[in-house]
Design a protein around this ligand. Structure first.
Ligand code: SF4
Ligand code: SF4
Length: 172
């Protein structure tokens, strides 16, 4: 399994290719730097970003506002991110998160994605290099999470198997 010096990688026999459905675009946690990037991209002052797009901000981290239960920057028709070039760090790291697994910092699937992401499929995946960079930054600004239970990987594989059988059946 691929890893770098800082992170192990655990994918548990599940691969990933984003189908850009926008389903995961719930309002994300944002860092101060994320908000500054958004302000620069939209060419508006930082305080204006806070006023228009941010639900709360404690000076270091915050959360974007929602519209109809989805992130304020999700175009609900096209399912595209309106600020893709400067999307927040946690959006970049999706569907992975940094977790402490068997005492080691590990890049692995976030539990929400194991349960619901439509881009997962059964197979041996690999993690693209850029994700290690994002993982470093997430670790620095937001820290790590506790390890996802192995049971979640088992359930995810059952879900993916069922979905692929259904797909094959529908195709005749
Ligand atoms: S900022 Fe963009 S990528 Fe992140 S949740 Fe919102 S719409 Fe999705
Ligand atoms: S739910 Fe999964 S497939 Fe859909 S946009 Fe999010 S990461 Fe991509």
């Amino acid at each position: 399994m691929k890893s770098n010096k800082k992170f192990d990688v655990y994918l548990g026999g599940i691969a990933y290719h984003c189908i850009k459905c926008g389903f995961c675009c719930d309002a994300p946690t944002v860092t101060k730097k994320d908000l500054a990037n958004i302000a620069g991209y939209l060419k508006i002052p930082f305080v204006e970003v806070l006023k228009r797009y941010v639900k709360f901000f404690n000076g270091y981290i915050g959360e974007l506002k929602e519209i109809k239960g989805k992130c304020i920057f999700l175009d609900q028709k096209t399912k595209k991110c309106k600020i893709y070039k400067v999307r927040p760090l946690v959006c970049r790291l999706r569907p992975y998160s940094v977790q402490l697994r068997n005492g080691k910092l590990t890049l692995t699937y976030d539990v929400w994605f194991l349960r619901y992401c439509r881009g997962l499929y059964l197979g041996e995946g690999r993690v693209d290099e850029e994700y290690f960079r994002y993982a470093e930054l997430v670790l620095k600004y937001l820290g790590f999470e506790e390890s996802v239970d192995e049971e979640e990987f088992i359930k995810a594989k059952e879900r993916l198997l069922e979905e692929s059988l259904k797909y094959r059946k529908n195709r005749g």
